[in-house]
Design a protein around this ligand. Structure first.
Ligand SMILES: [Fe+2]
Ligand SMILES: [Fe+2]
Length: 183
């Protein structure tokens, strides 16, 4: 594998791993503040970041060894409204800066597996940013928990959706059995 794409996979793995943990922490804050639906949204998206982190790790395959990873990460234990903004900021960075450039580099280097892994993550993060924004708008305007239906997470690509499980994932075509429901 080309060194730059391998490094991008390692850094993306690091970023997704930290997002997974950060959202778990923020889910606990939301639960304590009395917002169980927003806590559930953070837990669902936290699980989607496991899917992305795992995909990137697997693409690195047999490239063994230690490495320093550098990833943009959002820090801070704020209120739930602030934490939702942190989520929006992190996802927006991934959507507008990180994954488009990682994806173009992988395409240039003809790294097909990495391309797919970055494409899956890019598609998933768009759904995450939109769901965080929806929850923040509801919370800020009503000062109450956001009304959220069941949240579905595709176990193959991390695509995340509010509503009933679709017959197949629109991103990776996984069948409905591959989804996990957070209700
Ligand atoms: Fe995300
Ligand atoms: Fe999927």
């Amino acid at each position: 594998m080309h060194a730059i794409t391998a490094g991008n996979l390692r850094n993306a793995h690091g970023g997704e791993s930290m997002a997974h943990m950060r959202y778990k922490i923020w889910a606990d804050v939301a639960q304590r503040e009395g917002f169980p639906n927003i806590a559930r949204l953070f837990r669902a998206i936290s699980s989607a970041e496991i899917v992305h982190a795992t995909g990137h790790f697997r693409e690195l395959g047999s490239q063994l060894g230690d490495s320093l990873c550098a990833s943009m990460a959002v820090f801070g234990l704020g209120t739930t409204s602030q934490n939702l903004q942190g989520g929006i900021n992190g996802e927006t960075y991934e959507i507008t800066e990180m994954y488009p450039t990682f994806l173009e580099t992988a395409r240039f280097q003809r790294e097909n597996g990495a391309q797919q892994s970055f494409q899956y993550a890019l598609s998933g993060e768009k759904t995450h940013a939109a769901l965080f924004q929806k929850a923040k708008t509801a919370l800020d305007s009503t000062k109450r928990d956001a009304p959220l239906g069941p949240i579905q997470v595709c176990g193959v690509c991390g695509w995340t959706y509010e509503g009933d499980i679709p017959d197949e994932c629109p991103i990776c075509k996984a069948r409905r059995e591959k989804f996990t429901t957070f209700a």
